[in-house]
Design a protein around this ligand. Structure first.
Ligand code: SF4
Length: 346
């Protein structure tokens, strides 16, 4: 406890009184710890900790969800995906409300098992998320999947979206808390670009409040010294080079693609699709899926929140008509969504 108090004291000593410093976290679990621990209330007035694009469910485009709904209605098909994805609202409803044959899974290995135990059916695994979930999907492909398992890939790349954020002057990011889980896969070195090219201190942190505070402290120390670099206060889990085996498998099965991000739009080279060599496993190709036009959810400013340009409380629907039980946008669905977290923590 004393150590935590000391870190907070040091943080206060490093934040200038005449300038706002904006540090962004890029991980729903980080935002969860920050909000539930009440950390923001202990920070100096001039230090803002902004939630960024850390919620995989929130950035998954409507088009993919609607395609998933349609796939669940095909004869003999079963759509399998992570629990939060079932509840994400779209212009055509959610998978839970509008889908037909679908099952919730908690890992790609369950998708594999469902395919093995239903050899006469077509199992479509709607695989979403950042590098943390791409790696195990590549893992099951490497293990060998049965002919009746198909992948609808909606994976997104964290470093790419962070670079988009850095270039947007309206956001004005002074430092990044790099995501702990993603860093375990891509490695701390993956963030070097932010210090080397953009002069933005970037520190990998874990999920305990004290560890996050240490990350914030290191960003501020770098900021004060005028020397940006990649820091890592989560060294027990995150290596500089990351998980090279996982990276090799991801690269073997997936290739970088231009994709849509919900509420943000089309971003070149920001997603992962299955390589052509694995076209027979690719649900987009096998079922000839079409890109469905994205529609704006009336009143929802989720995209703006993900980009760090607004807090959930700026949305007129927040807590009024949009609640975890009646989500109007994706950021209210998942426990990693900023709106959901802010709803629960006030
Ligand atoms: Fe969208 Fe609901 Fe968040 Fe508003 S409160 S931005 S409607 S998810």
């Amino acid at each position: 406890m004393d150590k935590t108090k000391d870190i907070i004291k040091l943080i206060h000593s490093l934040v200038p009184s005449d300038k706002k410093i904006r540090i962004m976290n890029v991980c729903g679990s980080h935002e969860h710890t920050i909000a539930f621990s009440g950390m923001r209330s202990l920070m100096p007035e001039n230090l803002e900790i902004i939630p960024g694009p850390g919620c995989p469910v929130c950035v998954c485009p409507e088009s993919d969800i609607i395609n998933a709904i349609n796939l669940s209605k095909r004869d003999n098909a079963i759509l399998v995906t992570y629990g939060d994805m079932l509840r994400v609202p779209t212009q055509k409803g959610s998978i839970r409300a509008e889908g037909k044959n679908f099952r919730m899974i908690t890992s790609p290995f369950e998708a594999l098992n469902i395919a093995k135990s239903n050899p006469g059916r077509k199992i479509v695994f709607f695989s979403i998320g950042f590098e943390t979930t791409t790696a195990p999907t590549a893992g099951i492909l490497e293990m060998g999947v049965p002919d009746n398992l198909f992948i609808l890939s909606s994976h997104r790349l964290t470093p790419t979206i962070m670079e988009i954020l850095v270039k947007d002057a309206e956001i004005g990011i002074d430092g990044f808390i790099a995501p702990g889980h993603v860093s375990a896969i891509v490695g701390a070195n993956a963030w070097n670009v932010f210090s080397e090219k953009y002069g933005i201190p970037t520190v990998v942190a874990g999920f305990e409040a004290e560890n996050l505070l240490l990350g914030i402290l290191e960003i501020l120390q770098q900021f004060k010294n005028g020397k940006a670099q990649t820091g890592n206060v989560y060294k027990g889990v995150v290596k500089p080079e990351g998980n090279t085996q996982a990276q090799r498998l991801m690269d073997k099965y997936f290739e970088v693609a231009d994709v849509n991000w919900r509420g943000i739009g089309h971003i070149p080279a920001s997603g992962l699709e299955l390589r052509d060599e694995y076209a027979e496993r690719d649900a987009r190709k096998v079922f000839e899926l079409e890109e469905i036009k994205e529609a704006k959810t009336p009143g929802c400013v989720c995209g703006t929140i993900i980009l760090g340009k607004a807090y959930p409380s700026a949305c007129k629907l927040f807590k009024k008509v949009c609640t975890p039980k009646t989500p109007k946008g994706p950021c209210m669905v998942s426990a990693e969504g900023a709106c959901n977290i802010w709803y629960k923590t006030g």
